[in-house]
Design a protein around this ligand. Structure first.
Ligand code: PLP
Length: 451
């Protein structure tokens, strides 16, 4: 298995050819299959003797791959899509083929050096200080959790342990934030009502905080602001929130997993005012920064606080725990680490940051065109004025079942992947546009399918 033979070479070339054709041509949307369908088409694949490279690759090409929806399709507009550049996707093959270990500087200095340049670009876009930094982690979920753990650890050292820890968020904060707090960290949530668009605003935060019982307020250590909510694409009033966190000595975490990419877009940059005050900030390159899964940039204003929370200690780790060395494993809940930021770095290095600005601006422009199409369609109603690249709208007269039937038909007919959502308790749907390949015509096609 570990020897490079003629058969291995043939297998590797076939895989490389397969990858190249996937890079060259837009794959169909494809669709999920039931376990029974996959049992029938694939059956047991892990056997004592192995099924051989030809059979395994054939199974992937003909059965298993097509049972995965193509997230990078330009009419995949559900959840938050992904749209890797060709350079980033191609470089991901190299990362896999070369076994780069990038948990520590000792083992992965070149990879970490390159990743840190990509982090620097993001930190500079956010206006964070030159000493800020962090690491690439698996995704926004781990980024949010790692940042909040670091925040609590910092509070523990400065203020000691209260009866119960608490963090202020709004309803629109991402599910991963709520899960991290409630389930993983056992921290209480102080829910701050959003404004009419669901934004966390400084004045309401101040009111809620002033009304908290003293024992609850004593346990608050952080506030999470979202820079681009998942469902609505709304940016919280980060500057107003920062005023409160600074006055109270609390940690400000800014979750820009989806929307943080738009820091690179001059047309909407002002929406992020105040992000420069963040104590920690995340953005997922695998969302709107055109990198493959999975990659989240986690940046601390003061990386020493990340280290204090996350550095693991053991005699066998002494050789990597060298003061001053930049070990990505020190900044998050991770030790062994794929160089998750390298495909993003490569593409940034190849194309330059201006190309990113242009591509993000293009998606924003298509979103504006899509908003006009919805406004002009009698059968639709735009529910929220778009701030970034999410359009939330309803089909007048439809109920949950109508949306479900339409969404299934769209995928069955391979037209698009657009799922129902809810806003203000009402069923609706949304377009999340992050691929520069998505056009206004693509949106018009889907809008027409709702007549
Ligand atoms: C605002 C926000 N935060 C966090 C996450 C979680 O990120 P991930 O899916 O990469 O774990 C998402 C995912 O869509 C998100 O939109």
């Amino acid at each position: 298995m570990h020897t490079y033979t003629a058969d291995v070479e043939r297998m590797a070339r076939e895989l490389a050819d397969f990858c190249l054709s996937r890079l060259a041509e837009q794959a169909p949307l494809d669709h999920p299959c039931s376990p029974a369908e996959l049992d029938r088409a694939a059956g047991p694949t892990v056997t004592p003797g192995g099924i051989g490279a030809d059979a395994a690759l054939r199974l992937w090409r003909d059965v298993l791959g097509p049972a995965c929806v193509s997230v990078d399709h330009r009419r995949y507009l559900s959840f938050i899509p992904s749209a890797p550049t060709k350079a980033s996707a191609a470089f991901d093959m190299l990362v896999g083929a070369t076994s780069v270990y990038s948990g520590s500087w000792l083992e992965g200095s070149g990879a970490v050096y390159a990743e840190n340049q990509a982090l620097r670009w993001l930190a500079d876009l956010a206006g964070l200080p030159p000493q800020s930094g962090g690491a690439f982690v698996q995704g926004g979920t781990i980024g949010n959790l790692s940042a909040l753990v670091a925040a609590r650890e910092a509070a523990l050292h400065t203020r000691g342990r209260p009866d119960r820890w608490a963090v202020c968020i709004t309803e629109e904060a991402h599910s991963s934030v709520k899960h991290a707090l409630k389930v993983v960290m056992d921290v209480d949530i102080v829910e701050v009502p959003g404004d009419e668009r669901g934004r966390l605003v400084g004045s309401t935060l101040r009111q809620v905080v002033d009304g908290l019982p003293a024992e609850v307020r004593a346990g608050v250590f952080a506030v999470v602001a979202t820079a681009g909510t998942t469902n609505l694409g709304i940016v919280d009033d980060i500057a107003g929130v920062a005023e409160v966190t600074r006055a109270e000595g609390w940690w400000l975490h800014v979750d820009g997993a989806y929307g943080g990419a738009a820091l690179a877009a001059p047309s909407v940059r002002d929406r992020f005012a105040g992000v420069e005050h963040a104590d920690s900030f995340i953005v997922d390159p695998h969302k709107w920064l055109f990198a493959p899964f999975d990659s989240c940039a986690l940046i601390y204003r003061d990386p020493a606080l990340g280290r204090a929370a996350h550095t693991q200690h053991a005699s066998y780790l002494d050789p990597v725990n060298i003061a001053g060395e930049w070990n990505p494993s020190d900044f998050a809940i991770q030790l062994t680490r794929r160089a998750r930021g390298l495909p993003f770095w490569f593409s940034l290095a190849v194309h330059g940051t201006d190309a990113y600005t242009e591509a993000i601006e293009r998606t924003l422009e298509v979103t504006r065109q899509g908003a006009d199409l919805i406004r002009g369609a009698d059968h639709l109603r735009l529910l929220v004025e778009p701030e970034l690249s999410v359009l939330v709208f309803e089909r007048v007269g439809w109920d949950v079942d109508d949306y479900a039937r339409w969404s299934t038909r769209l995928l069955d007919e391979q037209v698009g992947f657009v799922t129902p959502s809810k806003h203000a308790g009402k069923v609706c749907t949304r377009f999340a546009i992050i691929s520069p390949l998505t056009t206004a015509d693509d949106l018009a096609l889907i809008i027409d399918s709702m007549r």
